[in-house]
Design a binder for this molecule. Structure first.
Ligand SMILES: [Zn+2]
Length: 275
């Protein structure tokens, strides 16, 4: 019923920061993505879960064997863009080119051409009203990028999977999991919102959404299970998003995976189409 997604990116793939984390320096920074993704793969496989891995094209180009490990473990592979840039900061043409570069890297690594997409930093929103149209034109059929949350999306976006019509065909939009807590809408399904919540709390909020017929889409990153994460100075909001309560997250994630059922985006979409 629920969906587990992994955004496969390096610890330095952070939107909106320049300086030594600028993409021109990426090749000089220590790579952690292989060992940390393997930790996640081990935990996910031990839980008997199938997940959707949205892979950054830059990572697939450098670590094609990692793409193979993900595929041979039976998981779905989707696109997280080539350069991990916010969609609304691109032109439609640059977005299409970035999607193509990522697809080329994934196919070169042995994956099928991707048809599922997750935007870096949930950046398909009202600032990029053309984005789904570009995705449909590039033969994507699932997008998992539109957050029903004011900070990165819009509170009024639907919380359940829904079809959005574009000039080039329909896209199934599968939003990330949010829940009402402390009188606010919280990102319980990812990032600091997921890391701050106890497994028991997450599971009870997931169960409540399931009672309403909504699958919960959870998202994790390899850098969140790094036992020795490199630390860099970031603006306060990003510092919180990236470093808040990393300690013990892997253990809490294992408890969450034990407590409910997860599958891939594609399996959910197939079920929805059949029912
Ligand atoms: Zn990302």
């Amino acid at each position: 019923m629920n969906i587990l997604t992994v955004d496969v990116e390096e610890w330095f793939h952070i939107c909106g920061v320049g300086g030594r984390l600028d993409q021109s320096h990426w090749h000089t920074l220590p790579s952690r993505v292989v060992s940390t993704t393997r930790r996640l793969l081990d935990a996910i496989d031990a839980a008997g879960v199938s997940a959707t891995f949205f892979i950054v094209g830059w990572v697939a180009d450098r670590h094609p064997a990692l793409v193979q490990e993900i595929l041979s473990a039976g998981h779905e592979v989707g696109s997280h863009g080539y350069w991990h840039r916010r969609v609304y900061e691109l032109t439609p043409k640059a977005f299409a080119e970035d999607l193509e570069s990522c697809a080329t890297a994934l196919v070169a690594a042995g994956a099928s051409r991707p048809t599922s997409f997750r935007a870096p930093e949930w950046s398909i929103n009202d600032r990029a009203p053309w984005a789904l149209d570009v995705l449909a034109r590039k033969n994507f059929s699932i997008d998992a990028s539109m957050a029903p949350l004011a900070m990165v999306g819009r509170l009024a976006y639907p919380r359940q999977p829904h079809v959005r019509t574009t000039a080039h065909g329909d896209i199934l939009e599968v939003p990330p999991f949010v829940a009402d807590r402390f009188g606010q809408v919280m990102p319980v399904g990812w990032g600091w919102g997921l890391r701050m919540s106890s497994p028991r709390r997450v599971l009870s909020l997931v169960a409540r959404a399931n009672e309403l017929g909504q699958p919960a889409v959870l998202t994790v990153h390899p850098w969140e299970v790094d036992p020795d994460p490199p630390r860099v100075w970031l603006p306060p909001r990003l510092m919180f998003a990236h470093y808040f309560r990393l300690g013990g997250f892997e253990r809490r994630l294992k408890d969450i995976m034990k407590g409910t059922t997860f599958t891939t985006l594609r399996a959910t979409a197939t079920c929805a189409a059949a029912s």
